[in-house]
Design a protein around this ligand. Structure first.
Ligand SMILES: *Cc1c(COP(=O)(O)O)cnc(C)c1O
Length: 413
């Protein structure tokens, strides 16, 4: 069956919970062992002291290690990306930082695409740097040859241990070719041992892009965004093969940054409507983007649904291989600058002025002074993050109401 058919029931047996149709919230810190021998065995498995027998599963021990709300959620979340395993975290940043800390050691080098999410950028350029982990950035549009040359010229090519990319990139929907990054990984892997390729799939996943099938080792999410989808929970997720996730889950156990049972339950509830929400959001975004495209006060619309008209042949090729939708994130350049952008934002009535994205309600913000405030100015120029750029996250409202709101706000400019 398809994932959307399984989101209501997969991995949950009502007979284990008094017949409750829905998985209860297992608000408990610890679990009772049926015998001392069982407790011993569970710990052997949890700490990797011995390997599981055929079909043997890790029993419930303690909610920092496992909890039914998290395990069932992780099983369901794995279905969309066809991943072998998943770990859910207390935030998107904890998923990203835990993965990087597990696969990078002092002296190693990280290659990453720019722009990445502001929090990720900060973690790479401040905390990892402090840990003596170096990084090399590259931009959308750079070729495999150029990136390999950059790594060779850095003098650190034998230290490359991880590649982290975000595509489409926030806030301009710039595209990165996952298969190209997998080729770069293989190019250096012979000499360096394993290199991990991770993809932050928050913008398009888990419905419209599946990085594992293009050669990624890890998929990362801010589950705060589309997966949670109601702007009422902060959470994150990391997915990959059993062996890779064993390491990620191992570090999660000792950092203690797993999601709690209540957030796990909220996300399970959200997964039931994930596909219908995202499909409606994408339909609305298409209508809103068309309206913006034709408006005299709008200079340019960054929206993947128009890639066939506005993109280069490389971009069209990446889009066709990686994405099954134009998504529901739109940015646009308003004619003018900060003053015009702010007048527009302050005049919106239905659409709320807030950062974050992917929720049921539509949101608008100004990347240059808000989400991307601490990105160096020269980098922002290069990435088209200027004073005239406005970012919209389109929700599930009636699109005619959204367009009417945008129209009246543009009239005030
Ligand atoms: C929001 C976001 C994050 C961080 O997630 P949190 O849940 O806020 O910690 C990471 N990557 C992207 C692309 C995001 O949009």
């Amino acid at each position: 069956m398809r994932p959307e058919s399984l989101m209501m029931s997969y991995g949950y047996d009502p007979s284990l919970s008094e017949g409750a149709i829905k998985c209860p919230i297992f608000q408990t810190s610890t679990f009772v062992f049926s015998s001392a021998k069982e407790g011993k065995r569970f710990f052997q498995l949890a700490y990797g002291i011995s390997a599981p027998e055929e079909n043997e599963q890790l029993g419930l021990i303690y909610s920092r290690i496992n909890n039914p709300d998290l395990e069932i959620l992780e099983n369901r979340l794995s279905l969309w990306d066809k991943a072998e395993d998943c770990a859910v975290f207390e935030s998107g940043m904890s998923a990203i930082s835990t993965a990087m800390l597990e696969f990078l050691s002092p002296g190693d080098t990280l290659l990453y695409s720019r722009p990445v999410y502001g929090g990720t950028d900060h973690f790479i350029n401040n905390f990892l740097k402090k840990m003596n982990i170096d990084s090399i950035g590259f931009y959308p549009g750079e070729t495999k040859h150029e990136i390999i040359e950059r790594i060779n010229a850095s003098g650190k090519k034998d230290k490359l241990k991880m590649i982290h990319i975000e595509t489409p990139a926030n806030p301009t929907n710039a595209l990165i070719d996952i298969e190209m990054c997998a080729e770069i990984k293989r190019h250096f892997e012979g000499e360096n041992g394993e290199i991990i390729l991770s993809v932050d799939n928050t913008y398009m996943g888990p419905i419209w892009q599946h990085p594992l099938k293009h050669g990624a080792d890890l998929v990362l999410y801010s589950a705060t965004k589309y997966i949670g989808g109601h702007s009422d929970v902060i959470a994150g997720a990391c997915l990959g093969s059993k062996a890779t996730m064993l390491r990620v889950k191992g570090l999660r156990t000792f950092l203690g940054n797993m999601a709690g049972p209540w957030n796990g339950w909220l996300l399970m509830r959200s997964l039931e409507t994930l596909k219908v929400r995202m499909e409606q959001q994408a339909k609305n975004a298409f209508e809103v983007a068309k309206f913006l495209q034709s408006h005299s006060k709008v200079e340019f619309v960054y929206y993947l649904g128009f890639i066939h008209e506005t993109g280069s042949s490389e971009e069209i090729s990446i889009f066709e291989r990686q994405f099954t939708s134009g998504g529901a994130m739109i940015s646009f350049d308003i004619i003018g600058g900060e003053e015009q952008a702010f007048t527009f934002l302050d005049s919106l009535k239905l659409i709320k002025l807030a950062v974050s994205l992917g929720g049921t309600e539509s949101l608008a913000e100004h990347p240059q002074t808000m989400t991307h405030a601490d990105v160096p100015f020269a980098d922002k120029e290069r990435m088209n993050i200027t004073d005239k750029l406005v970012r919209l996250s389109i929700g599930v409202e009636n699109y005619e109401d959204l367009i009417a709101d945008i129209s009246q706000a543009l009239d005030k400019v």
